[in-house]
Every structure is written in structure tokens, then in C-alpha cells.
Design a binder for this molecule. Sequence first.
Ligand code: ZN
Length: 132
Amino acid sequence: MRIVFRRDDLEGFRRLAMESDVEEAGLLVGRCLGDECRVERIFVAKNIEHSPVRFTIDPYTMLRAYEYADAEGLEVIGVIHGHPAPPRPSSLDLENMRRWPVIWVIIDTRTGDVGAWLWRDSLIKVEYGIMD
Ligand code: ZN
């Protein structure tokens, strides 16, 4: 499994996540064909917890992302967030991944490293790439 971003989308979110005082999060809208998922747009959310260590996506952004996906024949294929630790799911992330089994992309806000993961009975590493 592989997830592919537009360079500007990923770099924009990475910069935001690294500069922010709170955990930044967003929804990834795109499409999956076979083993490859392409992100067409990132909907950056408000973190309604205003927390540096947890996030909850605001419902308005959630609604906008699903409406956009419906209108464009796309899907909400993942969620992205930054946390100040290696880009692997925290125990809280793992709990949420079980509830919401989309691709989880994580940015280490100290280094900018990126990890992508999926929960399917166990944790699966997803490769990530950039489309030019
Ligand atoms: Zn996290």
C-alpha cells in the first residue's frame, strides 16, 4: 500500500505542523486504485482541543471534506496530523485508528519525518511518495 501526495500539499502541511503550538490535523481526500492512494486535497482542520499533544478535528471541516469528496467522486482516504515524537502512532492514535480505519499519516513536528500507517487487525506501514 502506498499513499502519494502533491509536493506542495505535503510541504504546506508539514510546515504548518512544525510551526504550530497545537497539534495540527487534516483530512486527506483522494482516491485509491489498487494499492495506490492519491491525495487530491488536504482539508486542514481546526484542532478543537487546542492541545499540543492531542487533536480533535472540527466537525465543520469533517463535513466539508465529505461533501467535497462526494461532489468530486472521491473519498476521505486518510487523516494527517503532527505530533512531537517519531512518526508512529501513539497509543491514543492506535485507539482512534481502530475506530477509524483510514490511512493515518503522521509528521514528527521536531524533525519533519513522515510516517503513514493503516490498522487492519494489526499495524501496517504504508509507503508514501510525492507526485510531480
Ligand atoms: Zn499522534
